[in-house]
Design a protein around this ligand. Structure first.
Ligand SMILES: Nc1ncnc2c1ncn2[C@@H]1O[C@H](COP(=O)(O)OP(=O)(O)OP(=O)(O)O)[C@@H](O)[C@H]1O
Ligand SMILES: [Mg+2]
Length: 259
């Protein structure tokens, strides 16, 4: 087949077992595809299994049931094309910011003059020009997360998995990171799965918004966002935008039993 999905999640279930033998079914029957170049947002209550889902797609967590294919192949064969941004930045404290950004390229042995230029460019884009030789303990939490985002982007991943990457940022930085991530995504044409607690962020960035319900985590709705690109600030104030937000809020309210 010519048009292989970038991600194919097929009937995935994840169950954890505690030491006393109790079962915690976290995901069940999760089924969706992401097309190449698509930007898909994921929203859902805290504890509904969003991080577990991203980890399962990236291969960090094994599915108890079902399977995940990336570009039509099992995850183990694809690791190099995937980058993940975690909820917490996880930087190496003994490396300066530039060298944290360059880390994935060192692992692969592909550090070059071009990649060094790209690392500088990304740090500048993230508002960290002049902080290249600083260490993470010298940065605010939001700045550390921006370094982690640059680290994910430095290798031009085909697939970018982002787990609430902007959760720790102040509102203004978050807004500008939303614009930057849209710009980068439109330029790089990578596929993105983006978990957020902000419904308006999910709508503004996404081609689709997937809503995850809890106990066990499952897909409640998958909504196509029909707003033209590139999206501008004004789109947030349009009627169609607030209709999408209201629709998604109603799904999340229902799953939480507070409709
Ligand atoms: N490694 C693990 N072992 C056991 N239970 C786990 C593990 N990882 C996650 N869980 C459980 O799975 C459930 C879902 O967790 P997960 O982190 O995926 O939720 P989430 O939707 O990302 O929540 P949040 O929005 O707060 O980040 C929780 O009940 C959590 O306790
Ligand atoms: Mg999470």
């Amino acid at each position: 087949m010519s048009n292989t999905s970038a991600i194919s999640v097929k009937n995935v279930g994840v169950t954890f077992h505690s030491r006393d033998g109790a079962e915690n079914k976290v995901l069940e029957g999760v089924d969706f595809d992401v097309q190449p170049g698509e930007f898909v947002s994921i929203v859902g209550q805290s504890g509904s299994g969003k991080t577990t889902l991203l980890k399962t797609i990236s291969g960090l967590q094994q599915a108890t049931h079902g399977e995940v294919l990336v570009n039509g192949k099992p995850i183990a064969e694809q690791v190099e094309d995937i980058a993940m941004v975690f909820q917490a930045p996880v930087l190496l404290p003994w490396r300066n910011n530039l060298n944290n950004v360059l880390l994935p390229l060192e692992f692969r042995g592909t550090r070059s003059k071009e990649s060094l230029d790209r690392a500088y460019q990304l740090l500048e884009m993230a508002g960290l020009k002049g902080k290249e030789t600083r260490y993470s303990y010298e940065l605010s939490g939001g700045m550390q997360q921006r370094v982690a985002i640059c680290r994910a982007l430095v290798s031009n991943p085909q697939l970018l998995l982002m787990d609430e990457p902007f959760g720790a940022l102040d509102a203004m930085t978050r807004d500008s990171m939303n614009f930057e991530i849209q710009k980068i995504w439109m330029r790089e044409k990578c596929s993105v799965l983006f978990v957020t607690h902000s419904i308006s962020e999910a709508v503004w960035l996404g081609d689709r918004v997937i809503i995850v319900g809890d106990r066990p985590g499952h897909i409640v709705a998958d909504i196509k966002i029909d707003i033209p690109r590139p999206r501008a600030k004004e789109h947030r104030f349009s009627e169609v935008f607030s209709d999408y937000v209201a629709e998604i809020e109603s799904f999340i309210g229902v799953t939480a039993g507070i409709s």
